[in-house]
Design a protein. Structure first.
Lengths: 259, 270
């Protein structure tokens, strides 16, 4: 079972104004039809001549460029391929066909609080999560107090994470996440959660990113955020980019998907 | 995407933090905590000692037999813990793999490093027991790290090889469990190899060609008594005696190659 593989290259070119270049990107997944895990099933499937999986094409040829300093919104309905695209850009999934060039240091947030463990204390989780963002112990020591101040959870730092409410966990995770420094940030619906106060903090954070001319790729369902923060947007449907350009037009096109 | 010997800064931080977390989580919620790292092999030793040395009266002609037995059980625990944690590492850390991009072997290495820490603690206990038991310390004690590294590399090779298959076929975990049970009796831990050699020299030689036996006997040789029968002093033909070392190297290389090839799809398949 040989699989074709596209390429993902990381370069560090300060002169070029391109942050990400994607050409001819395809991706499909092999989804097990029945319980195809296990040797017995694999054996019987081969015996009966059943493949044991169906192929689902998720991305069907994407071409686009992201320039440095752009705040790109990617929108589309559920299952349109947004998250898969983000994971391929992040280097988590391999591109099946096509080429991707990432210029600069890329920091992905597919989810807040990656690696959070309920059995560990808040303090231990902060260091663990920080390590996943590439921060050493010493760097975390310096940021430590700021993180807890921002999350407004100082009294809970030595409690196990399982004793936090889900909202508190998100606040802590967000507070760590915003310390991340990279040339390109990938954000996947990080803000779909949290109460009004939290949403406000997120908005302030986005505002600061936009002011700093940070390169951001944001996957979201919030057309309000697209209109407010994005410099450009792309609408993805059924594995194709069907429209790209002015955020206001894209937000409208997105709403019209159901019209 | 090779397996570089020197990790870059980011991956070093990650390896350190993952290992720390693994170690903490292992004994999370138990009253005795880290003490279990010591207690487990000691208790296993106590059971085997009562059954084999006291009831069945095996090994009375080996000097310092109790330390000899303790050393064997502790090293066996090290090997099995290393291999089984390594095999399951990718599946256990699936959530991480699906959300961030990093060299996947870091997860396997961090899982095995916890076993290494446990082993080092046990090694200290063995040394203390040896001194109490009247073993004279010699410079050859320092050589013990050579077979220890051999044993670790063997476990790592197995972890890479079986761990990459385990992602798709979880049966591997169960197969490995049964296999280790069988291997336990194929390695001279509870029985002295001399006992086998008495009835069949060939059988003893076959047992000594197993890299686990080779490593454990070497560790005993360096640490406890040079009366220990090892692969090197029992098998005269050096071309045959080198087989266990070759097995370790071949398993590690094949394991690493397969792991590297399969690791690209771990995030999708796990």
């Amino acid at each position: 079972m040989k699989r074709e593989i596209g390429s993902r290259t990381e370069i560090y070119d300060d002169i070029s104004d391109i942050a990400i270049k994607v050409s001819g990107l395809h991706k499909s997944f092999k989804l097990p039809t029945e319980q195809a895990f296990g040797l017995k099933q694999a054996f019987f499937n081969r015996l009966r001549g059943i493949k044991g999986y169906t192929e689902q094409k998720v991305l069907k040829g994407l071409d686009f460029e992201v320039k440095k300093g752009e705040f790109i919104g990617i929108v589309g309905r559920n299952g349109s391929g947004k998250s898969t695209l983000l994971k391929i850009l992040a280097g988590i999934y391999y591109p099946e066909k096509g080429n991707i060039t990432v210029n600069g240091n890329l920091v992905p947030f597919i989810e807040l609080g990656v690696g959070f463990n309920p059995e560990l204390t808040g303090r231990e989780n902060v260091y663990m999560n920080g390590a996943l963002l590439g921060f050493s112990n010493e760097e975390m020591d310096q940021m430590y107090d700021d993180i807890w101040d921002f999350a407004e959870l100082k009294d809970f730092q030595d409690q196990k994470l399982k004793n936090y409410s889900s909202g508190m966990q998100v606040r802590l995770a967000f507070s760590i996440a915003i310390r991340a420094r990279g040339d390109i940030l990938l954000l996947d619906e990080v803000l779909a959660v949290g109460d009004a106060a939290f949403q406000k903090k997120c908005a302030t954070y986005f505002e600061s990113l936009k002011e700093k001319k940070q390169t951001v790729i944001l996957v979201t369902h919030s057309m309000e955020n697209v209109r407010k923060f994005c410099t450009r947007a792309m609408l993805i449907d059924d594995g194709h980019i069907i429209k790209s350009g002015d955020p206001k037009e894209i937000a409208e096109a997105y709403t019209n998907l159901w019209a | 995407m090779g397996i570089p010997l020197v990790l870059n800064r980011k991956n070093r931080i990650l390896l350190k933090e993952l290992t720390k977390t693994d170690f903490k989580l292992r004994y999370q919620g138990s009253v005795l905590g880290y003490l279990w790292a010591l207690l487990r092999p000691l208790l296993m030793f106590a059971i085997l000692y009562i059954v084999f040395a006291k009831l069945l009266k095996i090994g009375s002609d080996i000097p310092h037999y109790s330390v000899y037995l303790l050393c064997g059980t502790a090293m066996w625990s090290f090997f099995t813990e290393c291999a089984s944690q390594g095999i399951q590492a990718i599946v256990n850390r699936g959530d991480l793999l699906r959300k961030i991009s990093f060299p996947k072997y870091i997860v396997v290495v961090s899982a095995t490093l916890t076993a290494v820490i446990n082993m080092l603690i046990n090694l200290a206990v063995i040394v203390i027991f040896a001194l109490i038991n009247g073993v004279t310390p010699t410079w050859s004690w320092l050589l013990v790290f050579i077979p220890l590294i051999g044993l670790y590399l063997l476990a790592l090779g197995i972890a890479f090889l079986l761990g990459s298959i385990n992602v798709k076929y979880r049966d591997i975990t169960s197969i490995w469990d049964v296999l280790t049970q069988a291997l336990f009796y194929a390695v001279p831990i509870i029985y002295p190899i001399a006992l086998v050699a008495e009835s069949s020299a060939t059988a003893a030689k076959v047992i000594l060609l197993n890299p686990i036996s080779q490593c454990i006997q070497d560790i005993r040789y360096f640490l406890i008594t040079n009366e220990t029968i090892t692969t090197w002093n029992y098998i005269n033909n050096k071309f045959i005696a080198i087989i266990p070392v070759l097995i370790i190297i071949v398993l590690l290389v094949i394991g690493a190659l397969i792991f590297r090839k399969k690791s690209k799809f771990f995030a999708e398949e796990v």
